[in-house]
Design a protein around this ligand. Sequence first.
Ligand code: FEO
Length: 398
Amino acid sequence: MRIKTVANNVYSVGVVDWNVRHFHGYTYSTLRGSSYNSYLVMDKKIALVDTVYGPFAQELIGRIKEIVEPSKIEYVVANHVETDHSGALPEIMKLCPNAVVIGTAKCKEGLAKYYPNNWKFQIVKTGDTVSLGSKTLSFIEAPMIHWPDSMFTYIPEDELLLSNDAFGQHLAATERFDDEVDNCVLMDEAAKYYANILIPFNSQISKKIAEIVATGVKIKTIAPAHGMVWRKNPEQIINAYVNWSKGLPLKNDVLVCYETMWNATEAMAKAIVDGITQAGLEARLYNVAVSDRTEILKDTLNCKGIILGSSTHDNNILPAMASLVDFIKGLKIKNRFGAAFGAYGWSGESIKQLDSVLRECAIDVLAQPLSVKWRPSDEEIKTCVEFGRSFAESLKVK
Ligand code: FEO
């Protein structure tokens, strides 16, 4: 694939992973694949910023060789320890054993554990710089965006921010820039990335953006470690991060998620959605057993209401819903309003459990849980519609 120039003498030499469909184990679905972006900075001294996932090391090396012999690399910046960016580091360091690896103190600690080594290492903090000749590498620590070791590298002469995971998207493509791909797809993947990985770090992200803005640095291009480089409109992704990191829903929509055994809970869910729309709000309805959890979690960015339903099975919530609930808990999604519902045969524990889980998650519960025995009668369907309508009316004034 053709190597593209990100800025004057800065080349995108990373790789596209067309076939990856799961990330972070099986916690994140990457239905559009991904890329591991690595940037080669050519100057009097040569630096490589981030590497790629280990299985792609030779592909990275081949692309570097199209520009320069890897032995000439003097600095390898490790913005982040996670193996999708550091996996190829040992292979790179074999080719330039005298190069200095640059990263945060936590990065050094992490790399030593992943890849026991005797590499020269320079620990950097925010404000530290390394001159390459005509270009400067300036470092900005970014702890918990999204690991303790995370860091950004900024090249002031190019007004180029190499942001690693931040501002990234899991999107495989031969294109490399924001203006070369469909903007809806791009923003959809960026939102999915934020919702599934970064929500727990909202406050760190919000503070870091404010800190960078306060320094007055100019950012013409943002080159993340996954997906497209933001060269046409970096403000679009910065503004999106500013909005998402507030932790507030962007719309009044209601997310209705359910899992059902014999369609009784499903009938309730559909009636609840009818009620929500009768009240003038929009809803997103998912049977979680057959839906992509990564997509569902993305929708939490827009939805102010979260209504969860499950049949009861062995005194418990059904398994796909239990998994979704774990993610909602783990992501610490705040500033939302919820309710629980479900059909049951004899005891109905799942509905009480869902109600408790919503409360544990600090989701403000707006209604008593709604349960139906066996299957909803016509009258009970009307009750479900009213449940949805009443929930939406309450939500409107929150
Ligand atoms: Fe793309 Fe945190 O690794």
